[in-house]
Design a protein around this ligand. Structure first.
Ligand code: TYM
Length: 337
């Protein structure tokens, strides 16, 4: 039955310890929903994490932590294939073919690379950071994914994926599915609580600007209550003139499954303080069971590891086939089987 469904694939880096609410609302929430309607492949992209320096023990710990958090949000290994990127070696193998198909200038135009490399300077920027989006292309194409649920910041990488899939198909004959980004307008970009002009991000935001899902609820409540808002009093969704309040309304509406207009109405005539206090409560109520479940998975690393091993096996069955086709199409001689 799963095979009749469209494919979905996405990934998250294990770099940050706790996921933040932008990761959840922008991407992972959609992953959970889509496992009911799609043949779903989700992974922790540990190879991508290596594009910046990582402490080995911490990376190992964060990879398990990321998997535990994904399970705690509701991913079900019976309904989706959950795995760790480095457990499927075909990712780096297909990535090489894709690198050979990508123009240097084309890769140089990737805005995430430009941002990250300008922040750290050329000497500290690895070649891996430069080719990062091409590994992401391979991640997606290996599974013949139809849709890729991500936040707005990943749109350009999905666009590159589409371009390379089309280029490969036209050069060598139909091989790859050309994927569509799945980006929900409302939650595509959750903003920093302290600076609602920039997205909430582990690398660019100050700790006060981020709601970490594994944070102590009191700390999150404090951050929400001191979120930057404009000097007015009216609670209205107006991202241009009221970016801070609009961001809080988005988070509120999504976590409570209510339309932003209804939230506006509920707070008509009330001050920002009331909205912030209630939102702090909502976040805390959402996060408490999430934290408990995450800890339960972490407390049993053997089960977690064996679950990830099974996921990798399922993923690999698909990846091996796609890679073999791609190798054949470009003219690599078949090896011994
Ligand atoms: P990563 O690990 O930075 O982020 C994981 C997901 O969270 C989304 N996101 C946000 N969405 C809304 N508002 C925000 N403030 C916000 N911050 C982060 C991201 O858009 C992402 O969907 N390159 C990817 C990982 C990756 C991948 C893939 C994704 C590797 N291979 C293949 C899709 C398909 C990344 O670094 O995401």
């Amino acid at each position: 039955m799963a095979n009749d469904r469209p494919r979905v694939l996405s990934g998250i880096q294990p770099t940050s310890g706790s996921f933040h609410i932008g990761n959840y609302l922008g991407a992972v929430r959609q992953w959970v929903a889509m496992q009911e309607t799609h043949d779903a492949f989700y992974m922790v992209v540990d190879l991508h994490a290596l594009t910046l320096p990582q402490d080995p023990a911490q990376l190992r710990g964060n990879t398990r932590l990321a998997a535990a958090q994904l399970l705690a949000t509701g991913l079900d290994p019976e309904r989706c294939t959950l795995f760790v990127q480095s457990h499927v070696p075909e990712h780096t193998q297909l990535s090489w073919l894709m690198e050979c198909l990508t123009g240097f200038g084309e890769a140089s135009r990737m805005t995430q690379f430009k941002d990250k490399s300008s922040r750290q300077g050329a000497d500290r920027t690895s070649v891996g950071l430069f080719t990062y989006p091409i590994l992401q292309v391979a991640d997606i194409l290996l599974y013949q994914a139809n849709r890729v649920p991500v936040g707005e910041d990943q749109r350009q990488h999905v666009e590159l994926t589409r371009n390379l899939a089309e280029r490969f198909n036209s050069r060598y004959g139909r091989t790859f599915t050309v994927p569509e980004p799945h980006i929900l307008r409302e939650t595509a970009k959750i903003f920093d609580l302290q600076d609602p002009a920039i997205k909430m991000s582990k690398s660019a935001s100050s700790p006060k600007g981020i709601i970490d899902l594994l944070d102590d609820p009191k700390a999150s409540a404090k951050k929400i209550k001191s979120a930057v808002t404009d000097t007015g009093t009216e609670i209205r969704f107006d991202p241009e003139n009221k970016p801070g309040i609009s961001n809080l309304l988005t988070i509120y509406g999504t976590l409570t499954d209510s339309a932003v207009a209804d939230v506006e109405q509920k707070y008509e005539g009330k001050g920002y303080g009331a909205l912030k206090t209630d939102l702090a409560e909502i976040v805390s109520e959402w996060a408490a069971p999430f934290r408990t479940r995450t800890q339960e998975y972490l407390d049993d690393p053997e089960t977690l590891d064996s679950l990830l091993a099974k996921g990798a096996e399922k993923a690999r069955a698909v990846a091996v086939e796609t890679l073999a086709q791609a190798y054949d199409k470009v003219g690599l001689l078949p090896g011994k089987h």
